[in-house]
Design a protein. Sequence first.
Length: 101
Amino acid sequence: MARLKTLVIVMGIVIIAGATVVVTTIVQRGIVQRGGALGEPVARGVIHLPPGARVMETRMDGGHILLRLDLAGGGGRLLIVDAQTGAPIAAFDLARDGKAR
């Protein structure tokens, strides 16, 4: 009976130590993949919008950001920018009935 108690205690200690190693590894890998300490931005950049434009929606896919804009003079635009630099990749004006505004 004493051997069984000792075995259970040792197995409990091994489980706790193993869980600690797993949690520590996950946290460290998460910090490294983000590029630094938690809370630090991975990239900074400026995205230049047309005068009077309002951002209505954003989507992110891989290294690109899609912005849906309402333009000041009416109409809309889809703007695709690089997520790291903010450099424009493509812009599409939205038109009704096939006519651009």
